[in-house]
Structure formats: structure tokens, C-alpha cells
Design a protein around this ligand. Structure first.
Ligand SMILES: Nc1ncnc2c1ncn2[C@@H]1O[C@H](COP(=O)(O)OP(=O)(O)OP(=O)(O)O)[C@@H](O)[C@H]1O
Length: 481
């Protein structure tokens, strides 16, 4: 192995960091120059010194983000590693957009740092800095827990790529928000962001929705209609709840991803597509693959860069920041922001958050709207959280009662697609099938594949259930408890 060579410029106003970096990098074989301010760093860089820079963001004389564009202009090939103790999403994104080679939240692992240095020295990359001016001003992702920082780093690295991303996380963990951030701060930000939720569209309309259809492609298709792929051309297509995609649509999607072109439903001419795909799911796709409900080859195509959003209960240190963030949002809507006292905060940390960040957002909204107090105490919160649990239970009941409403909504989407014409015949059985399939699958999942128990739960005869399973082609996975 050859010994590494090259000069590394280190800028940090913290003497301890300079010492630690000096030792580690000298030991690794590099020449190291140390400074505590941005102007010396700039002088070295403009005189052509250094093969790599490691710098803190906030320096006594200048913020490095103000200097970085100048550095990149003068020395585009020079890799700059940016360290920061601020650890917010915007720091990671700014570092990436200003052309930093890598962003390192402090404290960092020295071994990891030396690995990054080595990689950067071996393959110096020219990274054009993106123009930050038209990026949104908002603070999209909040939270400074180690788990979120890791996500910001991955996002920052992904910003200048078109790689396919698969976001996995429980409901309400921020999957859609991450997908939007990838688009809004990425190089496709001037193109469209188009989202489609597989669970919200009737199963047999998904292909037409995605790829569009020709006039006369099926009964009632009176006009040509564009699909989401066409609408998202040049931008990002967000495939939400991908685990709910029917098999036939999966096959078609796989072909598009392999060939970079598609045909509309009923069409013959291949259409080239230029979209970045971001998919999301709250399901375990591996489990669906084992059940025969998801194509493994499609999974590998989509899972190029997996991002797992941890549930809120695994990053409770984000709760104060998130609560503050949501209070400041509701304040803009004219509601009153509140303080949360220590006892109440501890209670929020202990809570399980089945609805994750969305649930916290809703709680903040209610606290702001319903209580005159400036400070939220433990007893007040206790009362509110217990109501919340009752509300969740009531919602479940209402959901069952509202099934009729859901069918109505479903049908209006269905009829919209067909315009004036009537949809294909057999609607009654079609709708029943749509309802039966998830209902029976859920009952089987709840009883871990025990058909006797599932029949009991559903209140149907065992033989009826068996017949349905056969007719609907439902995969039954038995698992031991
Ligand atoms: N890190 C975060 N910072 C700020 N807001 C967040 C964060 N994560 C989630 N939110 C907010 O919480 C709500 C839920 O987020 P989002 O819709 O992205 O979740 P999701 O995982 O896509 O949910 P679902 O699976 O139910 O569709 C949104 O209002 C979003 O703005």
C-alpha cells in the first residue's frame, strides 16, 4: 500500500479540534496546515496551496458558506469537507449546494473522517456549486437527533444525483416531506414534482393513471389522457404506498425502469421518459415479496438508495424542536404558540406516538387552539393525550361506519375517469372484490394465516373463506407465533 500524500488545510476556531485533526491526519501521512480563521484559509487557497480543505462553518471572521462559492470558483477541483455543530437539514443541504465534497456533523468519528479524506484525495471530483437562490426558504425537515443527521447527510449526497430512492417508515414519519426535499433541493427542482398514492386509486385504474391511456383503450376511454409519467417528465415522480401496487402495474413499471420508455394503455408507440423515481412505503416489502405480492426484481430496481425514517419514539430528542416548529407554524395561522414545561416534555418523550410526527403536529394544533394557558403542564397534557387515545379509538369506529363514504369517493374517481360514458359492466363484483381482498388479507395477517380464526374474526363460514381465498388468489402465509 502506498502512503497517502498531499496537503490538507484545516480551519476551525476550536483549538481542540485542530489538535485532534492534526494528529490523526499527520499520522495517516498527510501534511497538515492549521488555521483558526477564514481569511487565512482563503489566502492559502487563492495562492494554490492545499489538496483538500476541512473547515468548520462558523468562523470568527466569516461564515464559510459565504466563502465557499468563491473557493469553488477559483479552485473547482479542490474537495472541501464542511464540519458543523449546527446539524440541521439546512446546514447539510447548504454545504452540498455550495459545492462541499462532504458534510460532517460534529462530533464525528475520526476513522470515518480519514476514510472520507482518503476517498476525496484519490478521486478528486469537480462538483459544480448549485445556485441556492431559488431554493425554498422554508425549513422543511426539523430534528437534530443522530438518526435525522444521518438522513440529512444521505440527502445532501443525493441532491446532485438522479438515483432512485426508496423511503421506508411508519405512517406520519415524514416520507412525503423527504421526497419533496429531494426534489426541491435537487437538480430537478425546476421540473415538476408529481405524487401518486397507490392506495388511493382503484386498483384497475393504476396503470392508466401512471402511463396514460389512448382514446378507446377501454370502454369509456373517450379521449386520450396523459399519465403521471408524462406529467412528471423532467422532474420527480413520487410513488407513495408502493406496496399497494397491483402485480400487473408492477410488471409494467419494471419494464419502464429497465428500458427508460413506456407505452400508454392502448398505445403502441414507445415514449421516452426522463423522471427521477422516489418510492415510499410503510410496509415491509421483503415480507410482501415472500407472500408473492411484490416483485423482487422491481424491489431491487427501486431500492437503489434505501432511506429508513425512524419512528418518532426512536428519536424523542427531536420532540422539542418539532413542537417549537409546529407552534411557529400555527402562530402564522393566528393561533397562540405555547411553552411546554419540563414535566409535560418528559411525558411527550415517554409517549408511543403511533401516528409519529403527524400526530405531534395535530397535538400542537389542538393545544394551540383549545387552551388559553401559555404553558402546557403535565396534567393538561395528560388530559389531552387521553382524549387523543379515545379520539383514535372513535376514529376507528367511524372509519368502519364510513365505508359507504369511501365507496362513494372511490366511485366518483372511477366515474370521473370514464367521463360521460359508463364504466365496463360488472361493477358490483368489481367493488366487492376491491373490498374483500384487503379485508380477507388483513384478517389472515391478524391471525397469522390461521384460516379458522380468520373465519371467526370475519364471521363467515370456513368453507366460504377458503373459497374466497382461492377465487381472489390470496396468498396465505402461515407463521408460528
Ligand atoms: N422532520 C420533520 N420536520 C418537520 N415536519 C415534519 C417532519 N416529519 C414529518 N413532518 C410533518 O408531519 C406530517 C406528516 O409527514 P408526511 O406526510 O411526510 O408523512 P408520511 O410518512 O408520508 O405519512 P404517510 O405514510 O401517512 O403518508 C406532515 O405535515 C409533515 O410536514
Amino acid at each position: 500500500m502506498t502512503m497517502p500524500t498531499g496537503t490538507i488545510l484545516v480551519a476551525d476556531d476550536d483549538a481542540a479540534i485542530r489538535t485532534v485533526l492534526n494528529q490523526a491526519l499527520s499520522r495517516a501521512g498527510y501534511t497538515v496546515r492549521l488555521t483558526s480563521n477564514a481569511s487565512t484559509l482563503w489566502r492559502w487557497i487563492s495562492s494554490g496551496d492545499g489538496d483538500l480543505v476541512i473547515t468548520d462553518v462558523v468562523m470568527p471572521d466569516e461564515n464559510i458558506f459565504d466563502v465557499l462559492p468563491r473557493m469553488k470558483k477559483m479552485r473547482p477541483e479542490l474537495p472541501v469537507l464542511v464540519m458543523s455543530a449546527q446539524n440541521t437539514f439546512m446546514t447539510a443541504i447548504k454545504a452540498s449546494e455550495k459545492g462541499a465534497y462532504e458534510y460532517l456533523p460534529k462530533p464525528f468519528d475520526l476513522k470515518e473522517l480519514t476514510n472520507i479524506v482518503q476517498r476525496a484525495m484519490e478521486e478528486p471530483k469537480k462538483r459544480p456549486a448549485l445556485d441556492m437562490d431559488d431554493a425554498g426558504e422554508g425549513m422543511p425537515l426539523v430534528g437534530r437527533s443522530p438518526a435525522m443527521q444521518e438522513i440529512y447527510r444521505v440527502l445532501a449526497r443525493l441532491m446532485q444525483t438522479d438515483l432512485t430512492v426508496m423511503i421506508n417508515g411508519e405512517s406520519g414519519t415524514g416520507k412525503e416531506l423527504v421526497a419533496r426535499a429531494l426534489h426541491d433541493y435537487g437538480k430537478r427542482r425546476n421540473g415538476p414534482f408529481v405524487a401518486i398514492n397507490m392506495a388511493a386509486i382503484p386498483r384497475d385504474l393504476i396503470e392508466a393513471e401512471l402511463f396514460g391511456h389512448e382514446k378507446g383503450a377501454f370502454t369509456g376511454a373517450q379521449n386520450r389522457s396523459s399519465g403521471r409519467f408524462e406529467q412528471a417528465d423532467g422532474g420527480t415522480l413520487f410513488l407513495d404506498e408502493i406496496g399497494d401496487m397491483p402485480m400487473e402495474a408492477q410488471t409494467r413499471l419494471l419494464r419502464v425502469l429497465q428500458q427508460g420508455e413506456y407505452t400508454t394503455v392502448g398505445g403502441r408507440t414507445p415514449i421516452k421518459t426522463d423522471v427521477r423515481i422516489v418510492a415510499a412505503t410503510n410496509k415491509d416489502l421483503r415480507h410482501l415479496i415472500n407472500q408473492g405480492l411484490f416483485r423482487e426484481d422491481l424491489y431491487f430496481r427501486l431500492n437503489v438508495v434505501p432511506i429508513r425514517l425512524p419512528p418518532l419514539r426512536e428519536r424523542v430528542e427531536d420532540i422539542p424542536d418539532l413542537a417549537r416548529h409546529f407552534f411557529s407554524l400555527v402562530e402564522k395561522e393566528g393561533l397562540q404558540a405555547k411553552q411546554i414545561d419540563q414535566g409535560a416534555l418528559n411525558m411527550l418523550r415517554r409517549y408511543r406516538w403511533p401516528g409519529n410526527v403527524r400526530e405531534l403536529e395535530n397535538l400542537v394544533r389542538r393545544l394551540a387552539a383549545l387552551y388559553p394557558q401559555d404553558v402546557i403542564s403535565e396534567s393538561l397534557l395528560e388530559q389531552e393525550l387521553s382524549q387523543q387515545e379515545t379520539a383514535t379509538a372513535t376514529e376507528e369506529v367511524t372509519e368502519t361506519i364510513n365505508l359507504g363514504g369511501a365507496v362513494e369517493r372511490y366511485l366518483s374517481g372511477y366515474f370521473d375517469t370514464f367521463g360521460e360514458a359508463l364504466p365496463p359492466p360488472g361493477l358490483y363484483h368489481r367493488i366487492l372484490r376491491e373490498v374483500e381482498y384487503p379485508l380477507i388479507s388483513a384478517a389472515l395477517a391478524a391471525t397469522r394465516g390461521n384460516q379458522i380464526k380468520a373465519a371467526e374474526l370475519l364471521g363467515v363460514n370456513r368453507n366460504t373463506l377458503r373459497k374466497k381465498i382461492r377465487d381472489l388468489d390470496i396468498q396465505v402465509l402461515r407463521s408460528a407465533r
